[in-house]
Design a protein around this ligand. Structure first.
Ligand SMILES: Cc1cc2nc3c(=O)[nH]c(=O)nc-3n(C[C@H](O)[C@H](O)[C@H](O)COP(=O)(O)OP(=O)(O)OC[C@H]3O[C@@H](n4cnc5c(N)ncnc54)[C@H](O)[C@@H]3O)c2cc1C
Length: 370
């Protein structure tokens, strides 16, 4: 049976970033992606925001890898002429309670190493964004936007140039511990495949708990069971009401319905956040709910036309009402799976963090005893 060094399950932004990074020093890497194209799941159903890192508790992987990834993405874009815009973001507050929350976010962001944060008065916010009417706002200048596909294609080209293979249309259906490695089997191009890999990297997004189960890991015992949390988007027709990213204070499992300019300047509203049992990308929310939410801080939204856009699904470890859960990025020797690296719960800020996640996984790989 053919034997390779590393099988990466999942050709999303994270799997491709890992392939690009690991292939700098390791040969015999294969990325297995069940769709016919890379990045067609969570990585192409998101806001495309380069987050600053204010939203996550100090020392969490989300905080550390977001702050590192933010800087890495701007550098990658500069060095490789990939378009992105450091637009800056306003997290807006109305009333005492929300002002206290942005002050907490300021402190948390500073502890996480986010640079340039400041709290602005409502009158100064209006000078920056005339359509935004609030009491105060937290300004984070390092937040920006990127087309996720551009970054994905960059990682893909780098991985392939370094000698990694990307097997599209290859659905992993079986994983078995054999000797010092793993037998990976599945279906690709209408035929069965089977090979051995010394190391398996599970980067399969919404399916990562299922892949962990496949190899024999008890996901309930490990706390790896995923909850799908959907977010719908709408789009504002006509002139853009804002030029920067404008977010409310987060409440619930998402970051709140925000305004995100894309690379054309057109404004997306959303995503909201609601838990679902199945994966589909049908928009189920109503435009009026979005309008009402956003009118609280952009009153002119009352007279704007809003139309349905798209949706995405977050692979969340945090179920309804649960406290914060961090990314799981872990080599599983301690539970009997040497050389099996799980990435589970890679929701936002996974796009921003992707190059830093790749460095982190590369370090785990280098420290594996062989
Ligand atoms: C609504 C929404 C908004 C978001 N906004 C932002 C944002 O603005 N900024 C930010 O930083 N992050 C954001 N994120 C998070 C970010 O999009 C994700 O963290 C990131 O895309 C995850 O990438 P991934 O590679 O882990 O997952 P995916 O892109 O889902 O890739 C996993 C891949 O594994 C493949 N796969 C699964 N099972 C198998 C199998 N058995 N065999 C072979 N292949 C398999 C899938 O087909 C898929 O392509 C958002 C997420 C959502 C849902």
């Amino acid at each position: 049976m053919e034997r390779i060094n590393v099988a990466i399950i999942g050709g999303g932004i994270v799997g491709m970033a890992i392939a690009a990074r690991l292939s700098e020093t390791v040969s015999g890497i294969v990325v297995l992606e069940r769709n016919k194209r890379i990045g067609r799941e969570v990585s192409s159903h998101n806001s495309g925001v380069i987050h600053s890192g204010i939203h996550y508790p100090r020392n969490s992987l989300k905080a550390r890898l977001c702050v590192l990834g933010n800087e890495m993405i701007y550098n990658i874009c500069k060095e490789n002429r990939i378009p992105c815009s450091r637009l800056g973001k306003l997290t807006v507050a109305k009333g005492e309670e929300e002002i206290k929350e942005i002050e907490r976010l300021l402190k948390q962001g500073e502890e996480n190493g986010v640079e340039g944060l400041s709290i602005m008065e409502g009158s100064d916010v209006r000078k920056m964004e005339p359509n935004v009417e609030v009491d105060s706002a937290l300004y984070s200048p390092s937040s920006g936007i990127i087309e996720a596909d551009d970054l994905l294609n960059f990682f893909n080209a780098k991985a392939v140039a370094n000698g990694a293979s990307v097997a599209l249309g290859s659905n992993v259906l079986g994983l078995k511990r054999v000797g010092s490695g793993y037998e990976v089997s599945g279906m690709g191009g209408g035929t069965r495949f089977s090979f051995q890999a010394d190391t398996v990297i599970n980067s399969s997004g919404l399916y990562s708990d299922k892949i962990a189960t496949m190899v024999g890991i008890d996901i309930d015992r490990q706390g790896y069971r995923l909850h799908y949390c959907k977010g719908d988007y709408f789009r504002v027709s006509g002139d853009p009401p804002v030029r920067r990213l404008v977010y409310p204070v987060p409440k619930g499992p998402g970051l709140g319905i925000h305004l995100t300019p894309d690379s054309t300047g057109s404004i997306k509203l959303g995503p909201n956040a609601y838990y679902v049992g199945d994966i589909d990308y049908v928009v189920r929310s109503k435009a009026e709910e979005f309008r009402e939410d956003v009118m609280r801080y952009v009153p002119s939204m009352g007279s704007r036309h809003i139309h349905e856009d798209s949706s995405g699904i977050r692979p969340k470890l945090q179920g309804p009402g649960d406290p914060f859960r961090d990314f799981v990025i872990k080599e599983e020797s301690d539970i009997g799976y040497h050389g099996f690296i799980n990435l589970i719960g890679i929701e936002s800020p996974g796009l921003t963090a992707s190059p830093a996640i790749a460095d982190y996984v590369s370090e785990i790989y280098s420290n594996l005893s062989r």
